[in-house]
Design a protein around this ligand. Structure first.
Ligand SMILES: *Cc1c(COP(=O)(O)O)cnc(C)c1O
Length: 405
């Protein structure tokens, strides 16, 4: 099979502004005029290609970003949303209703977990959470009511890898839709090419990359995206998680450098993971041979973009983790903050932050220890220098023994 080249596909799209500008003009309107009443009616019915009606439905700026993200994921179409959760919840609510069932990975983003566990049941949608790395357990959890298999390519925060091709086979066999959150691995992995039906992202993270907005997207078939936008029955249209045009134009400009950023994030994370593992720390990074899914992940990624910028280190206890993170922030090695994909390294203890929605006993069951620190490694120019400074911090707080070499 010819290699899928997501960044080239984005680059090959050409846009001009209204006056020949090198960036497309930003559409600064919530509503659009029609020369004829008939065209307005047709647009409502969804039969007037290229006509805009009202910006909750679509706007030129959002369609440009949709097109670029669909090209990146290799899907027919896409629909941006005001946040990753806006995209994920509308996608799932478009598919599922009363008495439907979802089989989900148990290691997913805390917000998605809370939605499935606490909110979706109010609409009669139930979820079984399983260890997504065990395909037999996934298949065993499927019931006649199941509509969706849900997972993250690389899971948050434990960095488990989902075998998307294997899950896709199961989904097809049982007539389910495989929905994959690819937030941690844009460009590196193309889930739709591996067999996923629908790919979601939080644009807030790598894709926008500047920690100045939240945003999300659903990438899928034309028919599914149209169903989400239907004026009568579409979750995106009716629940209204619309991204603002000014913001989508801004995300679009940041998307231009995603390929360069992903390479640097991956390069820096692999460097630190390798060094800290050699120093004797418990490091989880899919690029390390010690990662349980290293071989599988190596077969799934586009090697140009590497294994990504996320890694975890176990500091031993929550107190040590907190002490270390505070010291690293003091030394300007990164910020003690949730989120990821920023130019600066970000770190947090997921057990007490981004995964705190997951009850303690379940955290322990999935191997989420309370000394775990999740790192989103930044774009540091000299990562060897960063490593030396981080190592000093680890020695000072006693996470690493002092070396006198
Ligand atoms: C942040 C995140 C989300 C939620 O996205 P928002 O833009 O914050 O709504 C979903 N999935 C993953 C993996 C995330 O990291």
């Amino acid at each position: 099979m010819e290699q899928f080249k997501p960044a080239d596909r984005i680059q090959d799209l050409q846009y001009f502004g209204e006056f020949g500008g090198v960036n497309p003009s930003i559409s600064d309107s919530s509503t659009y005029t029609f020369l004829s009443a008939k065209t307005m009616f047709d647009t409502f019915e969804g039969n007037a290609e290229g006509c805009y009606l009202y910006s909750r439905h679509s706007s030129p700026s959002n369609l440009y970003l949709d097109q670029a993200l669909a090209a990146m994921e290799g899907t027919e179409a896409a629909n941006v949303a005001a946040s990753g959760m806006g995209a994920i919840t509308c996608t799932l609510l478009q598919i599922c209703g009363q008495n439907d069932h979802i089989v989900s990975s148990r290691t997913i983003y805390g917000g998605t977990y809370a939605f499935l566990k606490n909110f979706a049941p109010k609409m009669g949608i139930t979820t079984s959470f399983v260890d997504i790395t065990k395909l037999d357990l996934v298949e065993a959890a499927i019931t006649p009511q199941t509509k969706v298999l849900y997972c993250e390519t690389v899971s948050n925060p434990l960095l488990e890898v989902a075998d998307i091709a294997g899950l896709s086979k199961i989904a097809k066999k049982h007539g389910l839709l495989l929905v994959v959150d690819n937030t941690f691995s844009p460009l590196s992995v193309a889930p739709a090419v591996l067999g996923a039906d629908i790919v979601c992202h939080s644009l807030t993270k790598y894709i926008n990359g500047s920690s100045d907005t939240v945003g999300g997207v659903t990438c899928a078939s034309r028919a599914f995206i149209d169903s989400m936008k239907s004026v009568n029955t579409g979750a995106s249209m009716l629940l209204g998680p619309t991204m603002d045009s000014l913001r989508s134009a801004s995300v679009m400009k940041n998307l231009r450098t995603l390929h360069i950023r992903m390479k640097q994030h991956s390069h820096n994370a692999l460097y630190l993971a390798t060094k800290f593992e050699a120093d004797g720390l418990k490091v989880v990074y899919p690029g390390l041979a010690s990662h349980p899914s290293h071989k599988l992940y190596a077969s799934m990624i586009n090697p140009e973009y590497g294994f990504g910028g996320m890694m975890t280190i176990d500091a031993g206890s929550l107190d040590k983790a907190n002490e270390l993170m505070e010291l690293m922030q003091l030394r300007n090695l990164g910020y003690l903050a949730v989120s990821l994909g920023f130019y600066k390294t970000l770190f947090s203890a997921p057990g007490t932050s981004t995964s705190s929605e997951i009850p303690l006993e379940e955290q322990q069951g999935m191997g989420l220890s309370d000394g775990l620190i999740r790192f989103s490694i930044g774009l540091d120019n000299d990562i060897a220098r960063t490593y030396c400074e981080m190592k000093k911090c680890m020695e000072e707080v006693g996470v690493l023994e002092k070396s006198f070499a």
